[in-house]
Design a protein around this ligand. Sequence first.
Ligand SMILES: [Zn+2]
Length: 430
Amino acid sequence: MSTFTQYMHPKDELLATMGRIYQYRMTTTSGGNLSIREENGAIWITPTRVDKGTLRREDMVFVGMNGELKGLHPPSSELPLHQEIYRARPDLRGIVHAHPVALVAFSAIHEVPNTSLFPKAKSVCGKALFAPYELPSSVELGTTTAGKFTEGGDCVILENHGVVTGGINLGDAFQKFETLEFVGRTIIKGRQLGEVRFLTPEQIELANTRATMLLEFKRQPPSSLEKELRRRLCEFVHRAYRQRLFISTQGSFSVRLDESSFLITPYQVDRGTLDPEDIVLIKNGRCEAGKTPSRATGDHDAIYRHHPKINALINASPINATAFSVTSAPLDSRTIPESYCLLRQIQRVEYGLQYQDHEALAQRCSVDQPALILENDGVLVCGGDILEAFDRLEVLESTAEALVDSRSIGELAPMSEKALRGLEVTFLQM
Ligand SMILES: [Zn+2]
């Protein structure tokens, strides 16, 4: 995970990570702080009272092994929190602390979000615990929170305050932070739709049994078409990340290269920092040597084999559509013509089919049924090309958001049968 940080200076890593957190409104300009611990125990930490919108690499503060400070500013006032956690957990090398809205909501009701909402969230976040209130910036806040990390916590909700996550590096701590916030937001959205469904340990295990080991083949030098598609796929993955249709740990995107091969995103590479070289070529069900493709590869492979007109596929977890995936509320596309024409009747797939039976899943997806809700696993959309699939994903998310919002102002009045027939005759050639 987070290989992008391997050659980055700690100052740049802190800057890039804070940029992501601030840009996605997962903290305010005054709240939140990050640190990295060096091999020898020295710490790099974000400064106190510097506007997060204009933070620079030279603003980061160095705290030596004996506590000596180097930098243009004082360190974050939460330095004791970071120091106590590192003391308690020598395995941790990166810490994120912030006040993201959904986790603040949980901290204000004194609860921890249940990560058994998605098959991957529990393994990404690890153990999530709750720490009682202490004064911000105090040593007591540090020792109390560190106690929860000693108990094996990887994410700790701070009572009436926010959250702290720790990782084997800063990228790992960030992924835990972003994934826990995503779980929290989905639970909150889902509750607006009805009862939220959580997974049993057996159901989570089902996702882990999904085969990831494909036979390998030695690839030939890439064609110009392959290079072009790698670049485009990567651009759209970044766009999906920026638009919050993907998060760093969730989302798979593939594009067909020819009748026997396609390109797909890799397993466990941060979606926000993906490079064209990371993309994996799959040919006749085999994987190019030395790479690990997304765990959705078997599903995508089956869909491409069954449906020659489908040329791009996306598994994603945009927040509003995903809220429908964790409840039994119907996602009705009969809201406006654009939604109905692009999404048609949205299919709901029972949890687990995507891991157990790729061929059966492929039967549920087609150009006439181009959008699927996968229970507790987000959505799957297809398209004739990358742009069409991406557009469909955006329309799906906008439709879901409009449906969630409409609930607070009235009851959904779907488009009439006559209006739908008109669309079918004019735009859908049925
Ligand atoms: Zn704080």
